[in-house]
Design a binder for this molecule. Structure first.
Ligand code: MRU
Length: 349
């Protein structure tokens, strides 16, 4: 069972500092809302579901020392905290989903005393951890049915336990299949420029005794053409109503390669990562990150001074080349709009 990425312990939000892996396994406490914002921004906590949970704790941290009994003033502070945390990263819809949930809960509790509302916010954030574990395990169950003993899957970035409360989305089918006694191995794309595949997915698979082989992003075509990969499974930061999938930059290339080789391309997506308000992926806001991540990755200058750089952190894979979306209420196949709608209905939403 993968390790918990985010916990509430001794009155603070504790996370594994993912910028330090794999060199150092370091747990840090986030004690101010600014620290939570910064941790999300610099990817100490990252991966769509984990970002959402961290932000929920962030709102609590932002209001926990509110001293007056003025409920309206407390709700204004909640709104301010929500808006501030929402400015940390734009693409993962889980961030906005979690913040909306906390804001709605606080406003719906306005008949209570201020202290009780604050307590409810904390309870909701803690409950999100358990909920996330349940959802990821359900994705694991549905996804494991798609895998056969002996299969190798290729994944991109990190959509494992570290990207969620603890169990992962894209890696959950692999963990579950292993629990069922199937032999599944993983190819991990190193995932330029921040190497989440090399630093996090490879580390996490090793921790969980999953056979893993690290490859450079540009090698996917080679391993597929050599028959070494039976399925691609990736996570998503935001999937639009038509099934277009935003995920870590490089995912689109992988999907095209999988399509060319007739290899199934699966997206593991909790419904909290599905944004039915957006008709297509063209409307998904894509985070642009600093040029230094490419020119000075991990402190080593690897490009000439003054070079022009383009660094979108995510791309959008068109739904036409997505084989299926694995949700917590079942595997959705095209046409995705109807299938995703039904997946929400099965979840009672
Ligand atoms: O920039 P990151 O590391 O937060 O990007 C993460 C991803 O792209 C993941 O694949 C996605 O958030 C799904 S996590 C279950």
């Amino acid at each position: 069972m993968p390790v918990p990425t985010i916990v509430w312990e001794d009155g603070s939000c504790k996370i594994i500092d993912q910028t330090q892996l794999p060199g150092e396994y370091k747990v840090i406490a986030l004690e101010t809302i600014e620290q939570v914002w910064e941790a999300i921004k610099v990817l100490q906590v990252r991966g769509a579901p984990a970002i959402g949970i961290a932000a929920a704790f962030g709102v609590y941290i932002g209001v926990k020392d509110f001293e007056s009994d003025e409920v309206e003033a407390l709700l204004a502070r909640v709104d301010q905290s929500v808006d501030y945390l929402a400015s940390s990263r734009p693409t993962a819809v889980n961030l906005f989903w979690a913040l909306k949930r906390i804001r709605d809960l606080a406003h719906a509790s306005r008949s209570l005393a201020a202290g009780e509302i604050i307590q409810r916010i904390l309870e909701q954030a803690v409950a999100m951890i358990e909920e996330d574990n349940r959802i990821c395990k359900a994705i694991g169950d549905y996804g494991a049915e798609l895998l056969n003993d002996g299969d190798a899957i290729l994944t991109h970035c990190n959509a494992g336990g570290l990207a969620t409360a603890s169990y992962g989305t894209a890696l959950a089918p692999v963990f579950r299949a292993k629990e069922q006694g199937k032999n599944i191995s993983v190819f991990a794309d190193e995932t330029r420029p921040l190497l989440q595949g090399a630093r996090l997915t490879a580390w996490e698979c090793k921790q969980n005794q999953i056979p893993v082989t690290l490859i450079c992003d540009g090698m996917s075509g080679t391993v597929m053409s050599q028959g070494k990969v039976q399925a691609v499974i990736v996570g998503t930061d935001r999937t639009a109503a038509n099934g277009d999938v935003a995920n870590k930059i490089g995912t689109f290339n992988l999907a095209v390669m999988a399509n060319y080789h007739s290899i199934p391309f699966y997206v593991a997506a909790p419904l909290s990562s599905v944004d039915m308000s957006l008709a297509s992926g063209a409307q998904i806001p894509i985070e642009q990150r600093s040029p230094e991540e490419i020119t000075n990755g991990f402190g080593l200058r690897t490009a000439p001074e003054g070079i022009d750089v383009y660094n979108p952190a995510f791309d959008v894979t068109p739904h036409q080349i997505v084989t299926a979306i694995i949700t917590e209420t079942g595997v959705v196949r095209p046409p995705f709009e109807e299938g995703l709608q039904e997946a929400f209905e099965r979840a009672g939403k």
